[in-house]
Ligand binder design. Structure first.
Ligand code: IMP
Length: 185
């Protein structure tokens, strides 16, 4: 499961292994490339959770791509959304008249993405779409349209492949369910 084939001690169960992630990402890349034929796409990587996903996704695209980064406040040392969203690092480039694809790790309550899409819409992109690796529909509080979705998962707190608990475990090459005893709330 890791490079050495072992599962991290913080992981109760591997939910999506590395091969499954990569093959789904290739499918998403094909779909995104087909839908954006003839266009240059600005990928917005939402830090920090989407960094591995963005890096792998952009390598599957065969349309011209520029990438920019946005930092959003996270839950801190909690597994529940506070509902308070803050931009802690803004884009470097303007997105007016650009075809924009927001790359998000996971949509849980939807509050983060909803806030972000409203803020980005004000900047008048030519188009604004969302690619999310995971969604947890059980906990949705606001409806957000996900144009490209990797996987729908049940209501578990997951780590790995960019996703963290308290800023740890992002480096795991798979998505795993965290052991309940690792979580302090
Ligand atoms: P939302 O605003 O509740 O949709 O939360 C979105 C953000 O919360 C994601 O971008 C993640 O950073 C974080 N998040 C939500 N669920 C999980 C999880 O299961 N593991 C790790 N981070 C999560």
């Amino acid at each position: 499961m890791s490079q050495s084939g072992t599962v991290h001690e913080a992981v109760q169960r591997v939910l999506i292994d590395s091969d499954t992630l990569q093959s789904r990402i290739r499918e998403l890349g094909q779909q995104i490339s087909a839908d954006h034929a003839g266009q240059e796409v600005t990928l917005i990587c939402i830090l920090k959770g989407s960094m591995l996903f963005t890096a792998d996704l952009m390598r599957t695209l065969d349309v011209p791509v520029v990438v920019d980064f946005m930092g959003i406040s996270s839950y801190g040392a909690s597994t529940k959304s506070s509902g308070v969203v803050k931009i802690v690092k803004d884009l470097e480039e303007r997105i007016e008249d650009r075809h924009v694809l927001v790359v998000e790790d996971i949509v849980d309550t939807g509050l983060t993405l909803n806030y972000l899409l409203n803020a980005l819409t004000l900047r008048k992109p030519a188009s604004l779409k969302v690619c999310a690796l995971l969604e947890k529909p059980a906990r949705r509080q606001v409806e957000v349209k996900i144009d490209y979705l990797g996987f729908t998962i049940d209501d578990h707190f997951v780590i790995g492949y960019g996703l963290d608990y308290n800023n740890h475990y992002r480096q795991l090459p798979y998505i795993g369910i965290i052991r309940p005893e690792m979580v302090s709330e």
